[in-house]
Design a protein around this ligand. Structure first.
Ligand code: COA
Length: 165
């Protein structure tokens, strides 16, 4: 078995590799239809990860980045932690990489990065049943179903979980 490594400390080369995991076709969702501005968002995200505004928990299998969870304070609700872009490459799935990444992003956020947060929130397309089931298995529940981005790209499920200290 290859060696696995999980970290939220990254060099600039690492950040480029991580953002690559989230670009088509490596983000394993129909991104073009679901998230029309995804590519522009990723360009901005690369700079924000480098500056520390966004944090990223990444998984490596051998030397390859195979999974990511991006997390940040929610701009309009600073005590909410917004988690985005949960993605595990197909060759690394089914080993609890996704669950371990998410749990460690939650723990690092509460213990180190944003200690005053009260709630975790994640949105996904309602049609992404795989992600909804994964998040339910991690303790998230659907709070709202809405067109969050107003881009006519389908309804989003807003899923939340309280921070338990
Ligand atoms: C969903 C995803 C993150 C799961 O990653 P993973 O590392 O394979 O998941 P894990 O091994 O950690 O699974 C943990 C638990 O989640 C649930 N789960 C995982 N994948 C699932 C699926 N496809 N359908 C239903 N439940 C699932 C299971 O309950 C599993 O536990 P169990 O096997 O004991 O029942 C991965 O398949 C992925 O990246 N999918 C595409 C992501 C995406 O759409 N991102 C953009 C929107 S935010």
């Amino acid at each position: 078995m290859k060696e696995f490594r999980f970290t939220n400390e990254h060099s600039s080369t690492d950040v480029a590799d991580i953002v690559d995991v989230l670009r088509q076709p490596r983000l394993w969702i129909p991104t073009a239809q679901d998230y029309p501005n995804h590519s522009a968002w990723l360009d901005k995200t690369e700079a924000q990860i480098a500056s520390g505004t966004k944090r990223v928990m990444a998984a490596y299998m051998g030397r390859d980045a195979v999974g990511t969870v991006i997390y940040q304070r929610q701009a309009d609700q600073p005590q909410t932690l917004e988690i985005r872009n949960i993605s595990v490459s197909s060759d690394a799935r089914g080993r609890y990489v996704g669950a371990f990444l998410l749990r460690n992003a939650e723990v690092e956020a509460v213990q180190n990065d944003f200690p005053d947060i009260e709630e975790f929130t994640i949105d996904t397309k309602v049609t992404n049943q795989e992600m909804v089931s994964f998040l339910e298995a991690q303790g998230y529940t659907i709070q709202d179903i809405t067109d969050l981005y107003g881009l006519g790209a389908g309804l989003d499920a807003v899923m939340t979980k309280p921070v338990v200290r």
